[in-house]
Structure formats: C-alpha cells, structure tokens
Design a protein around this ligand. Sequence first.
Ligand code: ADP
Length: 489
Amino acid sequence: MKRKGLMVLIAASEAAPLAKTGGLGDVVEGLSCALGDLGCEVAVALPGYEKIIESCNNITLRAGNLPVSLGKRHLDADILEGRLASGAKLYLVSQDAFFARPGIYGDRHGEYPDNPERFIFFSRAIPLLCEAAGIQPDIILANDWHTGLVMPLINEGLVPGCTGVFTIHNMGYLGLVPPDRIENIGLPDTYYGLDGLEFFGQMSLLKAGIVYAQAITTVSPTYAREIQTTEFGAGLDGLMRSVKNRLHGILNGVDYRTWNPATDRYVVTGYSPRDLSGKATCKKELLDIMGLSTEFIQRPLIGMVTRLVEQKGCSLVIQAADRLFDLGVNLVLLGSGDAHLEAGFSGLKDRYPDRFGLRLTFDEVLAHKIIAGSDMLLMPSLYEPCGLTQIYSLKYGTIPVVRGTGGLNDTVNDPDDGHWDRTGFKFYGLKITELVRAVERAVHAFHNKKIWTAMVTKAMQQDFSWHRSAQEYLALFENTMATGKENLK
Ligand code: ADP
C-alpha cells in the first residue's frame, strides 16, 4: 500500500541506462524505482554529461546560471529537468567546461585529470539545485566519492531540514584532492584535519562522505564487515571501525524488469526454470557471435562481463588460463579498462583463438547475451562490495564461480558449504590452484545433467529483487531522521 512518503534525492555520478560504467548506474536506477514503489517521492541528480543531454528529448531548463565557486574560479551551473525511465524526476547539473566531454570519468588517454573539480562542482551545485528546483529533500542519498562532499555541505546547514546518508559502493576509490587544489573544495578550514577530510596529506572526498553522513551504508553485509579490516579498508579501516554504529550493510537488489531471461529483449530466445530449452539457443548464438565453433556446444562455456581492473581478479584469470583450458572449458569475455589487462587478454586470444572469445568494449546488449548464453560466470574478484553480474547470472541459470568475498559471499551458495540452495561455486584464497579447483568442481557438476539442472533451476529461483533492499533503506532513512545529528556525536 502506498503512503505519503519521504522526499529522497539521490545524488550520483551514474544512472542506467543514461550513464553507466558499472553497478552504480544499475543501483541508482533500480533503487530510485523501488523507493518510488514504496511511496517515496524520488529525484535523481546527475552531472549533465553531453551524452545524456544529446540522447534525452524530454529535458527542459529548470534554472540557469547558478553561481558555484571553485577556489578563485566562479562557474555557473544550469539545472535541467527530465524524468528517468523509473519514473523518478531527473535533475542534471550542466556546465560545459566539465561535462561536455565524451566520457563519464575519462577517455582513451585515461581518467580526466580534473575529475576532483568536476565532482566538487557537481556536489557544490546540489544545495543550489534544491533551492532552484523548489525541492526540500528529507534525505539526500549520496553515492561514492563523487558526491561525498554533499555530506559536509548538509552538515553546514546548506540544505535545511535534510538528513545525509552516504553509500559506499567501492572503498577502493578515495577521491583524493592534492594539497595544491584543496581550496577548490571550499569548506571552512576546520574540515581539513585528520578528523575531517585529510588522508595522508591529501583530502579524500570519500572520507568526507563517511565522516559527515548521519548514516553510512555499503552494498552488502559482508563488505560492511570487511572494510573495517586492514585488508579491505583502503587505509580507512580505523575510521570504519569508529563509525560502525552508523554503518549498515544493505545488499543491492536487481531490477528484474531488465534482467529476466523470460522477457529480456536482447536474448535470442527467452527461457524460464520450467523450460530451459531457450538457454541452449542462447549459447549457440553466443558461440557464433564470439567466433567460436558451435561444435563446442556440449563443452562448458564460461562467461565474464567485467570492468578490466585488478579488483576483478583479471590477472588471476590470465595466469590460470592454460589450466582452465586444460579442463575442456571455453571462455568468452566482454570488458574494457586498464591497458595492461586488455593487452593480457589479447595475448591470450592470440594463443587460444578457437577457445577464447574476446570483446574489449562496453556493450550492454552483448552483456545480456553472455549472461544468458554462458553455462558459468567467472568472478574471481580480489574484493567485491556487492557485485551485480553474479546476481544477474543466477537469474539466467548461469552458475557463478566466484571468490567468496563481499557481496559474492552473500549471494552465492556453494554445495561444499552445506547449503540447501546450491547455486554456485566459491573459493576463498588468492591462489591460482584454488580458482582452478573451483572451476574444476563446476565442470564436474556440469557433466552430471541431473545435478546441473537442479543447480540451474535453484539459481533461477533466487530472489534478489529491489523491494526488500528498498524497505531496508526506507527503515534506515526513517530511523536516521528520528535520531538526527545525535549520530555524529
Ligand atoms: P562493478 O560495479 O564493480 O563494475 P558489478 O558486477 O556490480 O561490478 O556491475 C557491473 C555492471 O556493469 C553489470 O551491469 C555489468 O553487466 C556491466 N558491465 C561491466 N562491464 C561491461 C561491459 N564491458 N559491457 C557492458 N556491460 C558491462
């Protein structure tokens, strides 16, 4: 039942499908929709990237020339208004000097060097946006370092009556501002000490979000525990331990309107747990698209869809490849990212042209086809805050083989762990032998049709829809508003 709800403004650097490089974009889209379904009035604020403005035809100018200062520079922000597919209102903070570029974070030369200023500008425009658009959010939910600065701005009283909640999607990106650019942040000097933004002589915009948010969430319960340890805390583990009373692990949901093998418009034949025949057709098409012989249809096909960064365990896969191929599997990979990993996988393609299908690009349609057409999904992440790809795979009956860390640990049930719902295979160490052993166990199961079909069916029955996660967010919002700034003491 709908009730008169909270006004929630989600500030983020991505929202699918308009601007997406990874899971953050999917989360903003899915959560905004699910909070709307729970009766909240939801708006999403994004930078006015060129490609959004060019691709949306329902955008209008809401307010022009809002003055934002960055150190000694003064730049104007225009606020554009539109609507996301989820129904949430969309506000774009537009400034050509920062956002009229082809990439979200960078281009083929690497990250844009002025990324700190681009997202400081965006964050500083949020209070002005609220005023100009005439909205009074009860909650601003900021996401990752790009919008961490919004939390101290709320603390400064710049958004009256608003409670700040900050979500950490990835602790590995600290949003560092070098010493000679600190004045661009524009906070009073009292914020720049060790108990504020300072991180080893630089300022961290991620830390800004953590220190000044009234509640902090991260995207899985296991990751909430892990970031309090030296291994996963990226140098902020002490801080995370000190804020653990306001730190909450809420597992991401997935949007089954987009990720459902029965209705997916990108897969060649739909299928469901009751009739899996379409999955074989998807596999055949995938082998074809990736240039692998369809004679391989009986062999296990492993898929990977990933940003090519060390976090995702890519080097481990490259090192383990010979032994994986010895198991009789074939591999298809879609990914883009770090040059040395792209080169590593290209080298592998040269060595195994008939067994390895590789696409070094970002391709939403192919991502769906790989998740549908593969038998297994490999995700050997060194750390994984939540991970969505393995949750999508479960729904598509594509059995995840994952490292048991963060959200991977929370979403995949390994038969060896004594679970009833056997949905995938896990390994825990960082050794190649452990990865290979997990794949070997999966291959073994694959060749036993009865066991495999039972696992595929069980995987497809798992429910990670947004509804439950959004309810947890809503409860947290209400609780945090009731306790107010007490949390920061
Ligand atoms: P992360 O957010 O760390 O990148 P997740 O597993 O949470 O990892 O989310 C990744 C999302 O990005 C998924 O929707 C996945 O399908 C998508 N994705 C990653 N790389 C690509 C790519 N090269 N092409 C298309 N989609 C991709």
